[in-house]
Design a protein around this ligand. Structure first.
Ligand code: FES
Length: 103
């Protein structure tokens, strides 16, 4: 299923990239920018980013469940991922406001 229509990226491609990151470091915080960079793509309209975040969270949870990571540690990691994404969204929003105020 295509998740990013601007770049024609499928859910499976994103899951594969995330799994590759997790094999390198299962505790890293993955953000959409890393995923797009690995796929040599750029966000255009960025309408897909909320769904990419959901895929990241789901893939991280599934990966750790398969590797028998204690549930409390999975919850902690997912919380940190969500916090990181929220801070990125806030920073992006502030940057857009700043650009609008300058123009
Ligand atoms: S839908 Fe992904 S950048 Fe537009």
């Amino acid at each position: 299923m295509i998740i990013c229509h601007c770049n024609r990226i499928s859910v499976e491609e994103i899951e594969d990239v995330i799994t590759g990151f997790l094999k390198e470091d299962p505790w890293q915080l993955i953000v959409p920018l890393q995923v797009y960079h690995a796929l040599e793509k750029k966000g255009k309209c960025c309408g897909c980013l909320p769904n990419v975040v959901k895929i990241i969270v789901k893939t991280v949870e599934t990966y750790h469940q398969k590797h028998n990571t204690p549930k409390a540690e999975i919850i902690s990691l997912v919380d940190r991922i969500n916090e990181k994404h929220q801070s990125c969204i806030t920073a992006r929003r502030l940057m857009r406001q700043k650009r609008r105020n300058v123009a």
